[in-house]
Design a protein around this ligand. Structure first.
Ligand SMILES: Cc1cc2nc3c(=O)[nH]c(=O)nc-3n(C[C@H](O)[C@H](O)[C@H](O)COP(=O)(O)O)c2cc1C
Length: 191
């Protein structure tokens, strides 16, 4: 896929077809994170891949979906859940400070790489870190950063011009509309 197409096609997706994702693709996405830019090149970002049904079922209720939408439109319905997850970690034995940007760069590589494989994803920070730590037996020296939910998309999301609110919305057909500020609005100055 053309680079610009990937950039614009990447939208947060929260409804998924139940087609499984191959482990080769999941590993390839982590490979994209592996080479992301890292402050001082110190690489503390690590991942848990979750693809077994029993673990997916236990992880799903620990995630909070689409806070901008009315409650009955937030959470994926049964049969439209993500088919895999990455739990994004920072290994504090390797890096103790200044790793938030490393995580951001790694995750964005994954989200864009996912689009190139025809996958959709949702980067999620509203997660129950305590229960996730317990469920996956993640030691205390790992900071649990976020979860990336992934799968083949079963919904469509489109960009809209920003007007008065950053809230995204869902229309009657189930399509998501995501307002974004204009190019001119975010170029603060040109010298
Ligand atoms: C750091 C971060 C945390 C997010 N956490 C959640 C979350 O917990 N649940 C969720 O449904 N979406 C979450 N999102 C997705 C945003 O809602 C989404 O990126 C935003 O609405 C813009 O849509 P777009 O990704 O299609 O541009 C998160 C996004 C980012 C960057």
């Amino acid at each position: 896929m053309d680079f610009e197409e990937v950039i614009f096609k990447r939208r947060t997706i929260r409804r998924f077809k139940q087609t499984p994702i191959s482990i080769d693709i999941l590993r390839k996405l982590i490979e994209y994170a592996r080479v992301a830019p890292m402050a001082r090149n110190v690489q503390g970002v690590e991942f848990v891949i979750v693809q077994k049904p029993e673990f997916k079922e236990k992880l799903f209720p620990l995630l909070r979906w689409a806070a901008s939408l009315p409650e009955d439109q937030r959470t994926p319905e049964k049969g439209r859940e993500p088919t895999a997850y990455f739990i994004v970690l920072n290994n504090t034995k390797i890096k103790k400070t200044f790793y938030n940007f490393d995580v951001g760069a790694s995750v964005e590589n994954i989200l864009l790489g996912a689009v190139n494989f025809g996958l959709g994803s949702c980067w999620m920070a509203a997660i129950d870190r305590g229960k996730i730590r317990e469920l996956f037996e993640i030691p205390a020296y790992y900071e649990i950063m976020q979860v990336i939910s992934i799968g083949y998309p079963d919904e469509n999301s489109v960009l809209e011009p920003y007007e008065k609110s950053f809230d995204y919305w869902k229309d009657d057909t189930g399509e998501i509309h995501v307002p974004k500020r204009s190019l001119n609005d975010i170029i603060y100055k040109i010298f």
